[in-house]
Structure formats: C-alpha cells, structure tokens
Design a protein around this ligand. Sequence first.
Ligand code: ADP
Ligand code: ADP
Length: 227
Amino acid sequence: MIEFQSVRKQYDNGTVAVHELSLVVETGTITVFVGPSGCGKTTLMRMVNRMIDPSSGTVRVNGSDVRDSDPAQLRRGIGYVIQQAGLFPHRTVLDNVATVPLLFGRSRREARARASELLELVGLQQELGKRYPAQLSGGQQQRVGVARALAADPPVLLMDEPFSAVDPVVREGLQDELLRLQAELDKTVLFVTHDIDEAIKLGEKVAVLREGGHLAQYAAPDDLLAE
Ligand code: ADP
Ligand code: ADP
C-alpha cells in the first residue's frame, strides 16, 4: 500500500501545493485523484517516486518511508505515465519500449521480444512497432507510454492525466483498456484527472482535492457526496 501521512508541500516560492494530507491507497486498486488544475495532484504523484520530497509528513510505499530508499531503486518499482507520452522521437515504437528491459540488462533480442508482448498487451498491432512516435495518433502514443511504463513490471503505476490530451471517443477506449489491463495485472494505480466522470468510471476509491491541496473527500465512487 501507499500511505500519505500528514503530507504537506510548500514550494520555495511560498505556494502551498498540498495541505496536510493523509490517506492510504490500497494495494491492487485504482485510486483516482481528482480536482481542478493546480490543486496539487501532480505534486502528490511526484512525492511517491521522489521527484520531490514533502516539506513535512511522510510518504510510505509498502511500509517504507520513501526517503529511506534509493530513488533509482524506488523508480524501478513505479511506472510513470504522463499526458504527453514523452516518447523518444528518433527511436521506433518497439525500441521505445525495449529501452527499459535493455536498461535492466536483458539482451537486445529479449528486450525486443518483451516490448513486442507489451505492445500487444496494450492493444497495439505489431506493425506499429516499426513506426516512429510522430507517425502514431495521440491515443496510440499514450498506449505506447503505458507499455513503456509497464516494461519493468512495476507493482505501482502513477498515471498523471494520461488520457486528457486525446479526443473523447479515443479516451473512452483507453479507459476501458486500462480497466481490462488492471483486471489482468492487478497493479496499484494512482490515477490523476480533472474529470469527475473519468474518476468515477475508473476509481475503486476517489480522492477529491480542492484548491490549495485540501482533501475534500476520499471514498468509493458510490459513496461520494455531491458537491
Ligand atoms: P495539479 O497537478 O493539480 O494541476 P500541481 O501539483 O501541478 O497541481 O500544482 C499545485 C500548485 O503548486 C499550483 O499552484 C502550481 O502552480 C504550484 N507548483 C507546482 N510546481 C511548482 C514548482 N516547481 N514551484 C512552485 N510552484 C509550483
Ligand atoms: P502539469 O499540470 O502537467 O504538471 P504544469 O504546467 O502545471 O504541468 O507544470 C509544468 C512544470 O512547471 C512542472 O515541472 C511544474 O513543477 C512546474 N511548475 C508549475 N507551476 C509552477 C510555478 N508556479 N512555479 C514554478 N514552476 C512551476
């Protein structure tokens, strides 16, 4: 599980992005963080993989304070997917994904085989692997981003507005795909969105955040109070 305990983040310029937040994300669930732009969602995600540290309070992954872990080691266990898939433009789609197993010491052939499996897992046709990212649609690029995040087989996935830049029909397909993948893979997914409908569709638990990084509600979708 992932535990935020009295977590507060104030940036150097004085902005309070997260205000004393405590909650527990259960292992093997999709937990959605929803709220307007600027309410601290991205800041929370970045505290899980130690791109930033809290000003006070503690973030624990499986019982260990993330500050006691080596960031590189920690990030092997945490996949990260963002709005712009962030693919390497000069590498093929297949090689974008194969980079990760290669980094972890697999041979080039093994890495490509693994990448090929992952493309299939996220619903991409094999021939797309030969293309370059710019030759894919936005939705396809996001699928590649998910495949790459899964390449190290991390138990935890951080997904920060992963589907926000694609059109509504494609977004629905990607949401369905994530639910199907989750049923198969059983990851602990922290999913950020500003769209309450997306939160309700995907979340087993939903954390509703407000301006100034306040946690307003944390509940299963059926138990959320109308605001
Ligand atoms: P969200 O993901 O919900 O849009 P963020 O976590 O990105 O929110 O930002 C929360 C608040 O912190 C915003 O007011 C934002 O402008 C501010 N903020 C984010 N990153 C920084 C930073 N590096 N320095 C100063 N302020 C920041
Ligand atoms: P997103 O909402 O997708 O995280 P932003 O545009 O909020 O994107 O932030 C882009 C980058 O700028 C991030 O690295 C964030 O930490 C930083 N940032 C955001 N707001 C501020 C701010 N007020 N001052 C300084 N840096 C900021």
